[in-house]
Design a binder for this molecule. Structure first.
Ligand SMILES: Cc1cc2nc3c(=O)[nH]c(=O)nc-3n(C[C@H](O)[C@H](O)[C@H](O)COP(=O)(O)OP(=O)(O)OC[C@H]3O[C@@H](n4cnc5c(N)ncnc54)[C@H](O)[C@@H]3O)c2cc1C
Length: 394
């Protein structure tokens, strides 16, 4: 992504240095060393090790304790993280470095930043983002009681939910949306389930319960109104762009793997990849990959230039994740029976990509966002006369 695209022109010495360090560091062997068990999750102390090795706060400005490498730094790090071949750590690093750090840097009360950001950057604190309610009818709710806030709710499938020390919880506070910073050690916070799962196994996914948790009123990171919506959109769009890049990187690795495989496997008197049904399918995948790369570069430019991003990045996440999943299905088929065996490169990649379908919001949600915004854009682009006729019809 970064060697052969418009993004490479933007890379500074700092990005090149990060790229070289991270590529050498993040290998499957490194991951095996830091897991609780084979195929298990990262040990807690890995977060301090990641910080000591210079992989925290890459995008944050230097004056806030970061490395000043911006969104491009996060993409460079994401590219290296793909080298461990488990998408969990990338998701968790995006949450820690991008979502949590962003909430703190832009918190209503700067004291929240000073309280938590240094710990986050040192790996002493691990963060999680708690959004997914059991259903729309059961949102987490919070009410102000004097100098305190009382929070009740349950959040599902939270990446790093079991390991994290600090939860950023979306809740309806006094009737309006808000984000609250909740220390895991607060009475009433409990991890009620740690899920077993198909992919992204290098970090846990957990259910976290908040049972009449009492917080000081200054733990409100963001609340109600247009600015809350804008901050939510900014943080989530950034996360979705990074997930789109994760999917692209998995696609790229898969395409490289399968191209080699179908060249070497002879079936029916010629290489598997020489049969038109397969060569056409792989040519389509190559075209999709080029579109993904162009889309990521365009989204990067939009984010850094401050343009419209929410629908465009939702479309991008949908496209990259959808096409990468399609390629993974094709690759497991091309590997035949071997593609069903757990050490299959394609099956392992497929397991990560299934997770990307839901993280950052489901694929259906991405289409819904894109669709709503297309309808809004169409409305805004109506001529005054058209708009008048529309009103006339009531
Ligand atoms: C790897 C991974 C990481 C995650 N990380 C986090 C995290 O860190 N924090 C967190 O809070 N959550 C996290 N999640 C949860 C994720 O955000 C949700 O799973 C996702 O938003 C879908 O919500 P749900 O599971 O409740 O599914 P449901 O809401 O039950 O939806 C099920 C399916 O129905 C579709 N659907 C819903 N409504 C409609 C409709 N009206 N019409 C048509 N289709 C509809 C959805 O798009 C989805 O495909 C993660 C999930 C995964 C798999």
């Amino acid at each position: 992504m970064l060697t052969n695209s418009v993004l490479s022109a933007e890379m500074t010495d700092g990005h090149h240095d990060l790229r070289a360090r991270a590529a050498e560091y993040f290998t499957p062997e490194w991951l095996d060393k830091w897991r609780t068990a084979p195929d298990g999750r990262l040990r807690r102390e890995t977060w301090r090790e990641l910080a000591a090795s210079g992989f925290m706060g890459v995008s944050l400005p230097r004056e806030l304790g970061g490395q000043g490498l911006g969104l491009l730094g996060a993409l460079v790090l994401g590219e290296a993280l793909a080298g461990v071949r488990d998408g969990g750590i990338a998701l968790a690093m995006h949450v820690q470095n991008e979502i949590a750090a962003d909430w703190l840097v832009s918190a209503r009360d700067p004291a929240l930043r000073d309280r938590y950001l240094p710990g986050l950057l040192a790996g002493d604190l691990v963060a999680c983002q708690c959004d997914t309610d059991p259903s729309a009818e059961e949102p987490a709710t919070a009410t102000t009681e004097g100098e305190e806030i009382v929070l009740t709710g349950r959040k599902k499938f939270v990446i790093n939910g079991a390991t994290a020390d600090l939860c950023f919880v979306s809740a309806v506070l006094d009737g309006a949306p808000a984000i609250l910073a909740v220390e895991k050690s607060t009475p009433g916070v409990r991890v009620t389930e740690v899920y077993d799962k198909f992919g992204t196994r290098s970090v846990d996914s957990a259910q976290v319960e908040f049972d009449r948790v009492r917080l000081p009123a200054d733990r409100v990171v963001s609340r109600s109104g247009v600015s809350q919506l804008m901050r939510w959109n900014r943080v989530m769009s950034r996360m979705r762009l990074l997930i789109a890049a994760d999917a692209f990187l998995t696609h790229r690795a898969l395409l490289e793997h399968i191209t080699g495989y179908v060249r070497g496997r002879n079936l029916g008197g010629r290489p598997l990849g020489a049969w038109p049904v397969n060569s056409h399918a792989l040519a389509r995948a190559r075209a999709h990959q080029e579109l993904m790369e162009a889309g990521i570069a365009d989204a990067y430019r939009r984010v850094t230039a401050g343009g419209s991003t929410v629908p465009e990045i939702a479309e991008l996440k949908w496209f990259c994740v959808e096409k990468a999943n399609e390629l993974a299905v094709l690759c497991t088929d091309l590997e035949g029976g071997a593609g069903y065996m757990w050490d299959s490169v394609s099956l392992r990649a497929h397991a990560q990509l299934r997770g990307f379908r839901m993280s950052g919001g489901s694929q259906t949600t991405m289409l819904t966002i894109a669709n709503h915004s297309m309808a809004c854009r169409a409305e805004l682009e109506l001529t005054p006369a058209d708009a008048g006729r529309g009103r006339g019809r009531g």
